[in-house]
Design a protein around this ligand. Structure first.
Ligand SMILES: Nc1nc2c(ncn2[C@@H]2O[C@H](COP(=O)(O)OP(=O)(O)OP(=O)(O)O)[C@@H](O)[C@H]2O)c(=O)[nH]1
Ligand SMILES: [Mg+2]
Length: 677
């Protein structure tokens, strides 16, 4: 526990490191761990601790949340490095639920504003305090205040610049801390050298500091008065305001640095230490009133190579020891603190700790676990995003089928944004996820970790067919082979029905020309025939009436009438002008407004019918475009949308209706037997 200037004490903290793709999160994560002494001097290049999986290293990007617990000035701190790629961003969701705050890393030279806005907006929704770390200052020559203006456009919360860069010949050599009023001259991978503020930078410092104090004064009347009366406010009061405003979420402090060189790390650690609330506040945010019992929130599930499952969880209240029984989840077998993949066994953990629990077979990512006997509370429901990219999956070796389904279960348990679906109609196993890379990594894991080679393909489209014209058709099944013959004879009126009506069967038999007992067999025969129409797909929106027929007192049978009905359908349907039907989805695309025109063009190119667009509620500078689009055109849509919007656009789609498909596309669909074009 640490002692604060104001006498406050805080418990272990848990901080999520977020930010757009490649902004330097993992570098910052490792630099921070190095600064606290948890790992040896941070080395540049591949991330040894931060991206422990071979898949992450192969792609040079983070693909899952990585946890590390360290001590900084006798306070326990768990950092969670989250992936920046939108395809893997779901991993941050269960982490955020139980984190005290987020550090959002922004590349000062390549800000990726739309992606940043998506992250900040999510933090707003969850009510999570955050600071910004403006990284790669070594590469940026833009003025920090201009940069801040750009960032402010995507932040609903006022940004508060806490430091300004010190430059020499245009190169950043250090920073001035506006609260401490000190200059810090950077040294590589070492604490900065503290110096008085150089005279040349005084004016800039005063101006920037005043602007910081003005922002703080928005929530502090006393400070406002002091500013108006030009009284120098006491430093402690400024620190208190900084902490209070961060906690309340009324400002977002901005720190600067260069993670690669280990610059700005100590200031960040101190800001976390002084300003970030501990689990007490997080409990309030979650509405948790734990009385005595232990409550844990599961932030991640991992299946280690040797078959063991671990659940990484935050102790929101109470304490836990190895062997503790968690009703509904299992008995804790092994308790560890994590440093990337490294596990250190501990006997117990207390309030605020982030720990790994062994062998909780029933614990799910995002679940709330408790020692209380009655049902677990649910603190937060984790919204699993709809898959935007799918592939069908087949083991290369049929023997691996059982192994594959077990492995998929583990993969989806580790990453609930991977969804497995068995398509009953086509017999395909469909893997859905957040993008091409997401699925590729899943496949690599199947091949690497689980040793199952798989082939992937584009999932088939559930085409249907219907008819446009009515026809009356007789079908007679007659066989005379020695003794017992077979005889069934029916006349069917085949009629189109409106879209969505499905199938109707009626009969208007008079005089018992088809005896009652055979009528169900006629229907069965018709249904059989509808399973595959003349175009090769199930037939829908069709009415069949049994109008006439005849029978033979000895030779007629259920089977004979079934066959007669099938025959009538088989001959009748091709005369009814069969036409293909394709599924149409209603698609809603969320996009930054400056790309709305491009998005509508992409949708139109894919035979989308634009229904309209509107501003996205609660999102500054975003639109939502609505369109009807054939399911066959949705494959790879996300790839195009993202490339048109710097990765920011997303979509949701749901089945709306079936529509006729003719011409070249219909030919292609029929040739591909239901494969996407
Ligand atoms: N010049 C400069 N480069 C940096 C700095 N910090 C990180 N980088 C580089 O930026 C690239 C991305 O760094 P990462 O730490 O992997 O970025 P990330 O945000 O973890 O990336 P994802 O997790 O894949 O989103 C690497 O090539 C780093 O070496 C910095 O302070 N200055
Ligand atoms: Mg990373």
């Amino acid at each position: 526990m640490g002692e604060r200037a104001g006498g406050r004490q805080t418990g272990p903290k848990c901080i999520a490191i977020l930010g757009p793709f490649a902004s330097g999160k993992t570098t910052l994560f490792e630099a921070t761990l190095a600064r606290t002494g948890a790992i040896a001097k941070h080395s540049s290049g591949t991330h040894q601790i931060g991206d422990p999986s071979p898949e992450a290293r192969a792609h040079g990007m983070s693909i899952e949340a990585c946890f590390a617990t360290c001590d900084f000035l006798d306070e326990s701190l768990t950092l969670v490095d989250c992936p920046g790629s939108v395809e893997f961003s779901f991993d941050a969701e269960p982490v955020l639920t139980a984190a005290d705050a987020a550090v959002v890393v922004v590349d000062a030279a390549d800000k990726k504003l739309p992606a940043l806005q998506v992250i900040l907006q999510r933090l707003d929704e969850l009510g999570i305090p955050r600071m910004l770390f403006l990284n790669k200052m070594d590469k940026s020559d833009a003025g920090v205040r201009e940069t801040l203006k750009e960032l402010q456009a995507v932040s609903s919360v006022p940004l508060l610049l806490r430091q300004i860069p010190l430059r020499k010949n245009g190169i950043v050599i250090g920073s001035i801390d506006l609260a401490m009023e000190r200059a810090y001259i950077y040294r590589e991978h070492a604490p900065s050298e503290i110096q008085p503020i150089p005279d040349d930078d005084r004016a800039r410092e005063v101006e920037a500091r005043f602007s910081m104090l003005e922002t703080l004064a928005d929530h502090d009347d006393q400070l406002m008065e002091q500013l108006l009366e030009e009284i120098e406010p006491p430093r402690d009061a400024i620190f208190d305001d900084l902490a209070a405003d961060l906690r309340a979420g009324s400002v977002t402090p901005v720190l600067i640095g260069a993670a690669e060189k280990g610059n700005g790390i100590l200031r960040l650690l101190k800001a976390i230490r002084h300003d970030v609330p501990d689990v007490t506040e997080t409990r309030k945010r979650l509405g948790l009133h734990a009385e005595g019992e232990t409550v844990l929130q599961v932030m991640k599930t991992l299946h280690t190579g040797h078959g063991g499952k671990i659940s990484v969880a935050r102790v929101l209240s109470g304490a836990i020891a190895d062997g503790t029984e968690l009703p509904g989840a299992g008995k804790v077998s092994g308790l560890y603190t994590l440093l990337g993949r490294e596990q250190k066994k501990v006997q117990k953990a207390g309030e605020g700790d982030t720990i790994a629990l062994g062998k909780l077979d029933e614990a799910r990512t995002g679940a709330t676990l408790t020692t209380a006997k009655d049902a677990s509370p649910t603190l937060a429901s984790i919204a699993i995003p709809q898959p935007v990219h799918t592939a069908s999956l087949r083991p290369r070796d049929r023997k691996d089928e059982v192994k594959l389904s077990a492995a998929l279960q583990k993969l989806t348990e580790e990453d609930p944004s991977l969804v497995v679906d068995q398509n009953q109609e086509s017999g395909e196993t469909i893997l859905g996820g957040q993008g091409e890379m997401h699925l590729r990594v899943a496949r690599e894991r199947l091949e690497g970790k689980f040793q199952i080679a798989v082939d992937t393909d584009t999932p088939s489209i559930p085409y249907r067919e219907t008819i446009r014209k009515s026809v009356t058709q007789r079908g007679r099944h007659k066989k005379q082979s020695g003794g017992h013959g077979q005889y069934g004879d029916v006349v069917l009126d085949i009629k189109p029905l409106p879209r969505g009506a499905g199938f109707e069967f009626t009969e208007t038999i008079t005089g018992g020309v088809v005896p009652k007992q055979y009528i169900p067999s006629v229907e069965t025969g018709v249904r059989e025939a509808l399973k595959k129409g003349p175009l090769g797909f199930p037939v829908v929106d069709i009415a069949v009436n049994l109008a006439e027929g005849s029978y033979h007192s000895v030779d007629s049978s259920d089977m004979a009438f079934q066959l007669a009905a099938r025959l009538a359908m088989k001959e009748g349907l091709p005369q009814c002008q069969p036409v293909l039907l394709e599924p149409i989805l209603k698609v809603e695309v969320a996009t930054p407004s400056d790309a709305t025109a491009r998005v509508t063009a992409i949708l139109s190119q894919r035979r989308g019918q634009i229904l309209g667009f509107d501003t996205r509620v609660g999102w500054n500078g975003w639109d939502v475009v609505e369109a009807m689009m054939p399911q066959a055109e949705i494959a790879n849509l996300i790839i195009e949308l993202r490339s048109a919007t710097a990765g920011a656009a997303s979509y949701e789609a749901r089945f709306d209706h079936m529509a006729e498909l003719t011409g070249r596309q219909a030919e292609e669909a029929m040739n591909g037997k239901g494969k996407a074009a």
